[in-house]
Design a protein. Structure first.
Length: 290
């Protein structure tokens, strides 16, 4: 499966923080925001990644992530010149996707929870149609909402419903078979001039090939698109890391744990960071496995 991180958009909701830098490069506690969605794809076993950003920010992402080889990944880049909607990612990434299934994750979404890697790896296998991930929220009217029947089957998708029939918000992580490219190309722009991801998902639902995975209470889903949510996400990460002594969304560690790189490579990456706590952490986990 290929993976796409959509890191475009104008970033106006986070102005003036985003006046000169992409919001997806802002720190969430001690790591750039894009580390978190990229780590989710890696936990699903995905090693071929396309990062889509705005033309003015593309060089920043290249400078941060490079070609991904140090992490055992292959990272490519593409540009979304205007905010034409989430579904445009599949049109932009058509050549990258090729004949493969694809996962799309929004660049400002954070997922964390026990067993996340196992869940993602399982769901990424043999995708037929689309797989959406639902998360219970207290204010579902702010989100796209999935309604399920008594057996947990997805029966409807409604964007920001006035009277929600469910409290399951559709998160910013989506898995699709290769047919998503043609479906995205057939979607017409909405009233706000965008190719809506909900319209793509509704087409899969119409075909009877869409399903919803409820992430459940053990998981955390955070959207860092506002000043308050950005601060809350940083505090969440800080508390967990301080209490547990681990690093969340540490790309080098994930690459090591997933077998993308070996312990020697992980240790060397830590050694390149001098006396930083981050480097010392990498060397420690690599040494423990020798």
């Amino acid at each position: 499966m290929k993976g796409i991180v959509l890191a475009g958009g104008s970033g106006t909701r986070l102005y003036p923080l985003t006046h000169t830098v992409s919001k997806h490069l802002l720190p969430v506690y001690n790591k750039p925001m894009i580390y978190y969605p990229l780590s989710v794809l890696m936990l699903g076993g995905i090693r071929d990644v396309l990062v889509i950003s705005t033309p003015s920010h593309a060089g920043m992402f290249r400078g941060l992530l490079g070609d991904g080889s140090r992490l055992g990944l292959s990272i490519e880049y593409a540009e979304q010149s205007q905010a034409n909607g989430i579904a445009e990612a599949f049109v932009i990434g058509e050549k990258f996707i090729g004949d493969d299934p694809v996962a799309l994750i929004l660049g400002d979404n954070i997922f964390h929870g026990p067993g996340l890697s196992g869940l993602l790896s399982e769901q990424c296998r043999d995708v037929d149609g689309c797989v959406l991930f639902g998360y219970a929220v207290k204010d579902p009217e702010r989100y796209g909402v999935g309604e399920v029947d008594g057996r947990g089957g997805l029966v409807s998708l409604v964007e920001k419903p006035a009277a929600p029939r469910s409290n399951l918000a559709i998160t910013g992580l989506y898995l699709y078979d290769n047919g998503v490219v043609d479906i995205a190309r057939s979607v017409r722009p909405s009233a706000r001039g965008e190719l809506e991801i909900t319209d793509v998902n509704k087409e899969y639902l119409r075909q009877g090939r869409a399903r919803l995975v409820d992430l459940g209470r053990g998981f955390a889903w955070l959207d860092t698109g506002t000043h308050d949510s950005l601060l809350q996400a940083g505090q969440y990460i800080q508390v967990l890391e301080e209490r547990q002594g681990v690093r969340i969304a540490c790309l080098e560690e994930i690459a090591f744990r997933m077998g993308f790189i070996d312990s020697a490579a992980c240790y060397a990456l830590g050694g390149q960071l001098g006396n930083s706590d981050y480097g010392a952490y990498l060397m420690a986990i690599a040494s423990a496995d020798r």
